[in-house]
Write a protein that binds this ligand. Structure first.
Ligand SMILES: [Zn+2]
Length: 704
């Protein structure tokens, strides 16, 4: 979660601006979009009638929104960000305690009193003068200069200006238990230099310079430095429902033509979930995106991690979204290459790379949608090395999935399945589910058979490494049985709704992790098993996994009873304690410092950003974190990718876990369209699984 300080700083000033009319716009629509009246727009632009024309520039004055109606997909923190007020204030004004808001809800953005609260800080925007800022916040230029130790009135975009005296640092500290590693800004003290600050806050010197618009290494006592990127610094935007190219351009203060040029877009059509870059590539510089891990960047460009760190003055493996990484002699790719597989079609390839079919076609100068296996297509830049995925995937998954324990293998797009397959080919609404066909006991017996066959195959495969020898890791797919977790709507390549099911996804990722941890020498135990599938493919992705209520606990004892109450169930009246019991049993003869418990999830959390989240136990009463798990969370953070958040929380399975290291991994946040659709692609599930394994392996290596 972002602290209140960063939200304040990232806010956009909402004084006047020019809106360029697009084809099909009407005055009414524009008025609606900016929460002003048609009459006002006409007055500001001296318009007599309602006629407007494409390309016309309309002046929109003083958009001081007093209320806002929540739209589908909005989050409280985004609304706060866009309206330049802290989340805490938004909560107070609307008497909300958590982060839950609903579509259509009317949120108060200002109190009834006329006064507008002055934020503590302001980040200078392109083209802003000190005079603009003083006017905006109703403070004097002299006061701003004094407070910020400015000798002249020259300011630079990106500079953070303090607007009033406040215990900014203390407030940041109270909000988080991460201390220095998560601080958002820092006031330079005498004797500081950029490298000591960079080391202390785990950021690169080059990133500090990038964020603060510094040309050289000189800094001054009293100067406030921004330490981490805000969402505006990330230089990437994922298109949301209702957005147009011009509304996005407006949001980032860019020209539509620049966005089109950078993204090689020809028309003005964009699709929901499409990823737009906001900064062009420079030669030999890679701009980090959310979820990119340093080791992935290194691998994609054929470099060593050490080399990349040296080149960029990185003290650790942690990188941030929007950070510019020097690649040395390797030229940054402005596009990637995708090799067409059997059964591929353009819509699938476009979705995988978060672009539209039209852009994919124009990028490749294609007249028709006809493609053939083996064709090479230009795609949006992607961390991918030619046609091969990351090196660790040299495992022959198809061979592994040949194991069936004598059960009939059914090859379906979203399979393979063993013994039985779901009746439906896709999850077509939120409520759909299929109950298990066999009794609990027979389901368990079948699931064991399938698992034993897989284990036998793994044992015959050799090893990727022996570095996890002696470790026992319990893998807990966070949902299953009667509890599907989150079921979320998503759009397929044709814009039709399809649904993804959390438990089916986490089981797939958990199993991929299971295989790879074993191939690195670990003993691994799954808390849940499925009777009819192992890992699965996803072609075509329109066939998503159906909510099957047939997973069982991986324990003879818990299934012997053979009654409905023994199926896995979540929530307050569920049987989560069985996950703990299975772990206790698995760890029986394992030394405490060789036990690890990983619980996998992909929940909907509107208040969290669209990045992975690692949770460790933290006592609600004392606020004290489980230190070993927190250390692990911190370590795996950089391997899960840029932007990954870690947090202490009081959760049942973490509180009761018998392992020394216990974390819950929210690998995807289904509140976001791009994450929901990522679940449908095998390539992206595999990438998620590899990041986890890499994080575990590197942690153990470092620990020795
Ligand atoms: Zn979950």
């Amino acid at each position: 979660m972002e602290g209140s300080v960063s939200l304040l700083q990232a806010g956009e000033p909402k004084t006047g601006f020019a809106y360029v009319v697009e084809k099909g716009d009407s005055l009414g629509e524009i008025a609606l979009r900016y929460n002003v009246s048609v009459k006002e727009i006409k007055k500001w632009n001296k318009l007599k009638g309602d006629r407007i024309f494409e390309g016309q520039r309309l002046r929109i004055e003083a958009v001081s929104l007093r209320s806002y109606t929540v739209k589908s997909g909005d989050t409280l923190s985004e609304i706060a960000l866009a309206s330049n007020i802290p989340v805490s204030r938004l909560r107070d004004l609307n008497k909300i305690s958590g982060d839950r808001i609903y579509t259509g809800q009317k949120l108060q953005l200002a109190s009834d009193r006329k006064s507008i609260e002055t934020p503590s800080v302001h980040v200078v925007q392109k083209g802003e003068s000190l005079w603009d800022i003083a006017k905006k916040y109703d403070v004097s230029i002299a006061a701003i200069k004094e407070r910020n130790h400015l000798k002249t009135e020259v300011i630079r975009p990106g500079m953070t200006l303090s607007l009033k005296d406040g215990p900014e640092e203390n407030r940041t500290k109270e909000k988080t238990d991460e201390g220095d590693s998560e601080r958002f800004e820092y006031k330079v003290r005498p004797g500081d230099n950029l490298s000591t600050i960079a080391e202390r806050f785990d950021v690169a010197v080059s990133l500090l310079k990038q964020l603060n618009g510094l040309k050289e290494n000189r800094i001054y006592p009293g100067q406030t430095l921004q330490l981490r990127p805000t969402s505006l610094d990330e230089a990437v935007h994922v298109v949301r429902s209702g957005e147009t190219l011009s509304s996005i351009a407006l949001k980032y203060r860019m020209n539509v033509s620049d966005i089109k040029r950078i993204n090689e877009i020809e028309g003005s059509k964009i699709v929901v979930g499409q990823e737009l870059r906001l900064k062009g590539t420079k030669p030999n510089v890679y701009i980090v995106e959310r979820g990119d891990a340093l080791w992935e960047v290194a691998q994609a460009y054929g470099m060593g991690v050490g080399e990349l760190k040296r080149l960029n003055g990185l003290a650790s493996d942690r990188i941030y979204p929007g950070q510019e990484l020097q690649l040395g002699t390797a030229p940054a790719r402005s596009f990637g290459t995708y090799t067409v597989k059997k059964g591929d079609y353009l819509g699938r390839i476009a979705r995988l790379h978060q672009m539209s079919v039209a852009d994919l076609k124009s990028m490749n100068n294609m007249k028709s949608a006809l493609i053939h296996p083996g064709d090479q297509l230009k795609v949006k830049p992607f961390l991918q090395k030619g046609s091969e995925w990351l090196k660790i995937s040299e495992i022959n998954w198809d061979d592994l999935m040949g194991s069936s324990g004598g059960l009939r293998k059914i090859t379906l797009g979203n399979g393979p399945y063993y013994g039985s397959r779901p009746k439906a080919r896709r999850q077509s609404n939120r409520r759909y589910y299929e109950s298990a066909r066999l009794s609990l006991w027979n389901t368990y017996k079948r699931a064991r058979k399938l698992q034993v066959a897989l284990d036998r195959k793994i044992s015959k495969m050799g090893r990727l490494s022996n570095c996890l020898n002696g470790w026992h890791i319990v893998i807990d797919p966070g949902h299953g049985g009667l509890d599907p977790g989150a079921v979320v709507a998503n759009l397929d390549g044709n814009g039709d709704k399809v649904y993804v099911v959390e438990d089916e996804y986490v089981y797939d990722v958990a199993l991929r992790v299971y295989v790879m941890l074993r191939l690195n020498g670990a003993d691994v135990t799954l808390t849940l098993l499925s009777p009819n599938h192992l890992i699965r493919h996803s072609d075509p992705p329109v066939q998503t996994f159906v909510n099957e209520k047939n997973e069982v606990y991986n324990s003879r004892a818990f299934n012997r009873g053979n009654s409905r109450s023994h199926w896995p169930k979540g929530g307050r009246n569920g049987n989560l304690s069985r996950r703990i019991a299975i772990a206790e049993n698995a760890f029986k003869h394992v030394p405490k410092n060789r036990r690890m418990f990983l619980s996998f999830h992909a929940d909907i959390d509107h208040s969290a950003p669209n990045v992975p989240l690692v949770l460790y136990y933290r006592s609600r009463r004392t606020g004290r974190p489980d230190r070993a798990s927190k250390r692990f969370a911190k370590s795996i953070q950089s391997f899960l990718g840029a932007g990954t958040v870690i947090r202490g929380q009081n959760l049942y399975v973490l509180r009761n876990s018998p392992a020394n290291i216990s974390v819950m991994l929210e690998l995807r946040n289904l509140a976001y369209m791009d994450h929901a659709w990522a679940l449908r692609f095998e390539e992206l599930r595999q990438r998620d699984a590899e990041k986890v394994v890499r994080g575990v392996v590197e942690y153990v290596k470092k620990k020795g």
